[in-house]
Design a protein around this ligand. Structure first.
Ligand code: 5AD
Ligand code: SF4
Length: 347
């Protein structure tokens, strides 16, 4: 029966739940192997690197699970200067990485003009794709940044369960987040979203809905990382999510979503010492190394003990490249645009 499900073109919610519930190691391996096979079919052997610059750890939101939440007064806050950001972007492209991700909490200091300036300057100096990951911003800002040259926007839906979403985010609504994702797509961004696995009160059924929501949104990238309980947050005493369930989710996502980029996340690599390898062997084709310079990188504490946060960014990227090559995979020398569209950007 498992083989039948794994070979189906379209999976029902019940079948997705069956796969997510597999607890026998042999069955789980069958799931991972099938996802790996489909990853090869849809994405090939190349692994795309996306270099993240965490430009600010200041956040106006108060998501209950996150160490950057506004009410966490223990965290030392920073903002990188535009010069530092542009310099870092140049260094990343010199490492042979062709996507720069500008990531921050929801920090309105980085307004329409500053972000446009950064996009323009980075595009002048480096032949890279730019992904923005700046939280929920105004539709006018999204439009301005697209015109300035941004290529992609990453905005996780975090959970497809409307009630849990409201519990985790107070004032914010899931419907609003989905409107933002749809708008971003409608004006030409390649969009990424996804959820956390093992959040307090979340069920397997919720995770099945997360995967199906990613399908409805017709995402270009779908990211699933484990929830990691973070000190100085209201959820500090809950258990973290498991690597096993995260890997099953990624594998099922590959089977259901097909031509989509799936990252092996840093959060997975934080809770499992070979999390990236396991992720890349269970459907993932993307790795997003944190290339924020010192002294900032150790203060982007969404959750504790983030893998690599104390390491030199270029050294840890080199070791990541070795880990990927040890799996027999190649590092891509292209931008790695959406697998769904007719993008043929050369670098
Ligand atoms: N554990 C794992 N991931 C987290 N994020 C926020 N808090 C945590 C946590 N405690 C993720 C969310 C968010 C991104 C900034 O980091 O998915 O989108
Ligand atoms: Fe801010 Fe994002 Fe953390 Fe929420 S998840 S508190 S928006 S950084």
């Amino acid at each position: 029966m498992l083989d039948d499900i794994l070979n189906k073109e379209d999976l029902s919610k019940e079948e997705i739940i069956t796969l997510l519930s597999l607890d026998n190691k042999n069955d789980q391996q069958k799931l991972f192997d099938r996802a790996n096979e489909l990853r090869l079919l849809y994405c090939g052997e190349e692994v795309h690197l996306r270099g993240i610059i965490e430009i600010s750890n200041i956040c106006e939101q108060n998501c209950v699970y996150c160490g950057l939440r506004a009410d966490n007064k223990k965290l030392e806050r920073y903002r990188m200067t535009p010069e530092e950001i542009i310099e870092t972007a140049k260094n990343i492209s010199n490492l042979g990485i062709f996507t720069i991700v500008l990531q921050s909490g929801e920090d309105c200091h980085f307004d329409s003009d500053i972000i446009s300036y950064l996009i323009y300057q980075i595009k002048q100096k480096a032949n890279v794709a730019i992904t923005l990951s700046l939280g929920e911003r105004t539709f006018e800002e999204y439009r301005t940044w697209k015109i300035a040259g941004a290529d992609r926007y990453l905005l996780k839906h975090e959970t497809a369960n409307k009630l849990l979403y409201e519990k985790y985010h107070f004032k914010q609504q899931l419907s609003e987040r989905l409107e933002h994702l749809k708008f971003l797509k409608s004006i030409g961004y390649q969009i990424g979203s996804g959820s956390m696995i093992g959040l307090p009160m979340q069920t397997i059924e919720d995770i099945a809905d997360d995967i199906l929501l990613c399908k409805t949104l017709d995402l270009d990238m779908a990211a699933f990382g484990p929830f990691i309980s973070s000190p100085d947050t209201p959820y500090q005493n809950f258990n973290s999510g498991s690597a096993e369930l995260t890997l099953k989710t990624m594998a099922v996502a590959r089977i259901v979503l097909k031509k989509v980029h799936i990252p092996a996340t840093t959060a997975l690599d934080t809770i499992d010492s070979i999390g990236r390898e396991k992720g890349l062997s269970a459907g993932a084709n993307v790795v997003m190394p944190d290339l924020t310079p010192f002294p900032y990188r150790s203060n982007y504490q969404i959750y504790p003990n983030k893998r690599g946060s104390l390491d030199d960014p270029t050294v840890s990227t080199a070791s990541l490249q070795k880990r990927i090559e040890a799996l027999g995979r190649k590092i891509s020398s292209k931008r790695g645009d959406s697998l769904k569209m007719d993008f043929e950007h050369t670098v």
